[in-house]
Design a protein around this ligand. Structure first.
Ligand code: IPE
Ligand code: IPE
Ligand code: MG
Length: 237
């Protein structure tokens, strides 16, 4: 077994649900359902490998522009998910978090999210963070606005804005930067995910659609990560 000694945080862009379904002549919603079922398996595996944070891109701010029917399906699945599957994760000592623009979500979903965060806040196992209605540019803009207000009110001076203090104004303020970013589903792009946070993250692109992604592929990514040299702009010692 590949032990993830040096991997604290893995972020995943869970892509390829729709194409997975279309290839099987199923509606896209079937792919989303299958994709939602995958989360538990991969979260358990990450926890088993000693990973401390897993951040999953479930719905982007841009995904609101999909046909209403698909958005409704996704919100329905989310609702179901918040009520059932996450209970089991709570029993496994998982701490649940959400990042994104909550105002866009319906009140009942927002309430379920807040309740889950409260209930699991003291769990000491894996922190499972869902990016829902999340857009990284929007996240950065809200942080810039926060900083601007602080400066305007004289609470801080311009020079107090640095990498550390700015990071603390993002949704991910108490989450370390990802060591690994995986995008499933074959596309090689970031799609507005954690732009600030992935400055020195190791990137992995998998052709496997998210519904087919397996624990052993996660292990293989970690093995690949362990062979990479992270230089952070310096030269090898
Ligand atoms: C990812 O799968 C899930 C969401 C974006 C909500 P997609 O729905 O983007 O699946 P593809 O990329 O069309 O296959
Ligand atoms: C990114 O996938 C968002 C999520 C996986 C939630 P998309 O399918 O929305 O990204 P694009 O449209 O291919 O860039
Ligand atoms: Mg997609």
């Amino acid at each position: 077994m590949q032990k993830a000694e040096s991997v604290t945080h893995i972020a995943i862009i869970m892509d390829g649900n729709g194409r997975w379904a279309q290839k099987r002549l199923l509606p896209r919603s079937a792919g989303h359902r299958k994709g939602a079922e995958k989360v538990k398996e991969i979260a358990k595996e990450a926890d088993r490998l000693g990973v401390k944070f897993l951040t999953l891109y479930a719905f982007s701010t841009e995904n609101w522009q999909r046909p209403k029917e698909e958005v409704d399906t996704l919100m329905g699945l989310l609702r179901e998910y918040l009520k059932s599957d996450l209970k089991e994760l709570h029993e496994n000592n998982v701490r649940i978090r959400f990042i994104g623009e909550r105002d866009m979500l319906s009140a009942d979903i927002r309430q379920s999210m807040a309740a889950l965060e409260r209930q699991t806040a003291k769990n000491g196992g894996l922190t499972l963070c869902f990016a829902i209605s999340y857009g990284s540019r929007q996240e950065i803009i809200q942080a810039v606005r926060k900083a601007a207000v602080l400066v305007k009110n004289g609470d801080i001076s311009e020079s107090d804005i640095d990498i550390k203090s700015f990071s603390a104004m993002l949704y991910t303020k108490d989450i370390p930067e990802p060591d690994i970013l995986i995008r499933t589903g074959g596309e090689k792009r970031i799609s507005n995910y954690l732009l600030w946070q992935i400055a020195y993250t190791e990137l992995f692109f998998s052709d496997t659609p998210w519904p087919d992604f397996e624990a052993k592929e996660l292990e293989a990514v970690i093995a690949g990560f362990n062979t990479r040299e992270r230089r952070y702009g310096k030269v090898q010692a």
